[in-house]
Design a protein around this ligand. Structure first.
Ligand SMILES: [Zn+2]
Length: 580
């Protein structure tokens, strides 16, 4: 099937051509027909998903209920559609052991009793080659505990993924670049500080092995120069015909129990772009310099952004004397990893801004926004500025039975009021967030009114003004609460980071690139910090976000990107280069 065929067909033929894409639900194609012509297969997928988003809840439930149970009675009786039979067979669900079969029957029954619709999972998964039966059962068990509204939305997203794979089959399309990215991510994840989960912290043997693997792949891709610099950044240069260079990349270190795509996706995307340019024997009018930043997450040492700080010349000499949990200084760790560990060497990493056009970074969103909108790509408007504090409210620990309600000085109740205020105040302004993530009554007892309550505060916004306004209001409220309740408090600032708004020109280039793929332009702020936030001090920057699956979860082994979305991010990067 081709896009031209679909675009030119009568409405009835259009529906017939898409038969089987959405299980027993021709109404989706019927309503999408009016949105033709579609510029790309990706545009068609987004349009079909939009019809479902805009449908009534009853229609959405009807779509979910049109699907068979996994390894259910219909599957056993051979009563499924050809598409479903094929998918369940490929996932090995027709070859369950008796125990697995019994387990799945029990899960099906429990799930249906809780939600009133069948469990939906795109069994071919984000890679397209299929989950194992163990993975399917684990996902089933996890989702059985979800909130009903969230679970209904997740079922619909799984249905869109099923439709995506069916459309790829109909069109004879294979997202080969996305598949390569996915396989690289899986191969790199084999290098870990621990055996059970992916953990790759700075200057460990796993970290060095990742750097070596990235360098080997960069050479295979056709980069002209590949090296590891004095802070362990992996740097690949693909020379252009002109003098200037575009800088790009992201980090290859991870948090503990990490996902595979955080950071690494932003290294792989331009690597694959270079591989394609090299295969075609093409040179750009500018060089492309891809940096795999060695450290961004701040896991092993108190200082973070070690890699990008060195690039902008803000690496602090005192950091070399910081120690990790085992008492090893950063200097010693660097030297054990084969790096010089001297400021003299680190200073050579600093870039001369006049040689560069700017900095761009592709990154997994690490949040639920794109996933909930059924959009594969988003354009970042600003990396949030933040302020963080640790604090304590001090009241009076007294007897829970004998102290009347009007005569208490309850420290925890004071913090509770502050939490609710922070939540309401942040929610009142778009793109502003406030969180109390740590909360503790030191040596509290069930029959004692809390005399002390420790807490943390994390305030973020897209502009420094919005962040500072939130900050001022929250601190004024803290004052007022303590005054009224007869409490006192301490508050120590632990971090202040300025917002990094995207450069308007570079942001519009990302927007043009995404539009050329036939996709809607969705702009969103980045709530998380990124290497681009540091490079912002040196060069104009803008970021592209890629949808994360499983509700956008990140810093977690459940972090996920489909090969189709990965492919789109690579294609967007190619279009961005074309606009220069
Ligand atoms: Zn990251």
């Amino acid at each position: 099937m081709t896009l031209d065929q679909l675009n030119q067909a009568s409405a009835a033929d259009f529906v017939a051509l898409l038969d089987g894409t959405y299980e027993h639900s021709p109404w989706i194609a019927e309503r999408a027909a009016a949105a033709r012509p579609f510029k790309s297969l990706a545009a068609l997928k987004v349009a079909l998903a939009r019809v479902v988003r805009e449908a009534s809840v009853d229609e959405q439930l009807g779509l979910i209920r049109a699907h068979p149970e996994l390894a259910g009675k219909a599957a056993v009786a051979g009563e499924l559609t050809a598409e479903s039979t094929n998918e369940q067979q490929k996932a090995g669900l027709t070859a369950c052991t008796p125990e697995e079969f019994a387990k799945l029957q029990k899960l099906n029954a429990d799930y249906n009793a809780r939600f009133g619709f069948p469990f939906i999972l795109a069994v071919r998964g984000p890679r397209g080659t299929g989950f194992t039966r163990a993975e399917i059962i684990a996902t089933f068990e996890r989702r059985l505990r979800a909130h009903p509204d969230l679970e209904r939305a997740e079922c619909l997203r799984q249905i869109h993924r099923i439709a995506e794979i069916r459309l790829n089959d109909k069109f004879g399309v294979k997202p080969e670049l996305g598949e390569q990215l996915w396989d690289w991510a899986a191969a790199l994840a084999a290098h870990s500080d621990t055996e059970d989960f992916l953990t790759c912290t700075y200057a460990t043997p796993a970290h060095t092995a990742v750097a070596e693997q990235l360098m080997a792949w960069m050479r295979e891709c056709g980069f002209d120069e590949v090296s590891r610099d004095a802070v362990g950044n992996v740097v690949g240069l693909y020379k252009g015909t002109g003098d200037k260079t575009l800088l790009t990349g992201s980090h290859y270190d991870t948090v503990r129990r990490a996902g595979r795509f955080d950071g690494r996706l932003g290294i792989f995307v331009p690597m694959l772009v270079v591989r394609e340019l090299h295969r075609q024997g093409k040179r750009l009018p500018f060089g492309l310099e891809v940096v795999g930043f060695s450290e961004e997450e701040g896991q092993r040492y108190p200082a973070d952004f070690l890699g990008s700080s060195a690039l902008i010349g803000s690496f602090q000499p005192a950091w070399l004397d910081q120690t990790d949990a085992a008492g090893i200084t950063l200097r010693d760790a660097m030297q054990a990893a084969g790096l010089p560990g001297t400021m003299q060497a680190i200073q050579t990493v600093k870039r001369d801004a006049s040689r560069y056009l700017g900095f761009v970074e592709a990154h997994i969103e690490q949040g639920p926004v794109l996933d909930s909108l059924d959009l594969p790509l988003g354009i970042v408007t600003s990396i949030n500025g933040s302020r963080r504090y640790t604090g304590e409210i001090i009241g009076l620990a007294s007897h829970a039975g004998t102290t009347p309600m009007g005569q208490r000085r309850d420290a925890a109740a004071g913090v509770a009021e502050l939490i609710l205020f922070t939540e309401q105040r942040a929610a009142a302004v778009p793109d502003v967030v406030g969180t109390v993530g740590m909360l503790e009554v030191p040596s509290g007892s069930i029959n004692v009114i809390p005399g002390r309550c420790r807490f943390s505060l994390d305030l973020r916004a897209t502009t420094d003004d919005a962040r500072d306004a939130l900050d001022a209001d929250v601190r004024a409220k803290l004052d007022e609460i303590c005054e009224r309740r007869g409490l006192s408090y301490t508050l120590q600032p632990t971090l202040a980071a300025n917002a990094a708004p995207s450069d308007a020109t570079w942001q519009s280039r990302w927007e043009a690139a995404v539009a050329q793929l036939g996709l809607p332009i969705h702009r969103l702020p980045s709530g998380a910090g990124h290497d681009a936030m540091k490079i912002h001090e040196l060069l104009p920057q803008a970021m592209l976000f890629v949808r994360g699956g499983n509700g956008g979860i990140s810093h977690n082994p459940l972090e996920s990107v489909t090969v189709d979305d990965a492919e789109l991010s690579i294609r967007a990067f190619e279009r961005l280069l074309d606009t220069l």
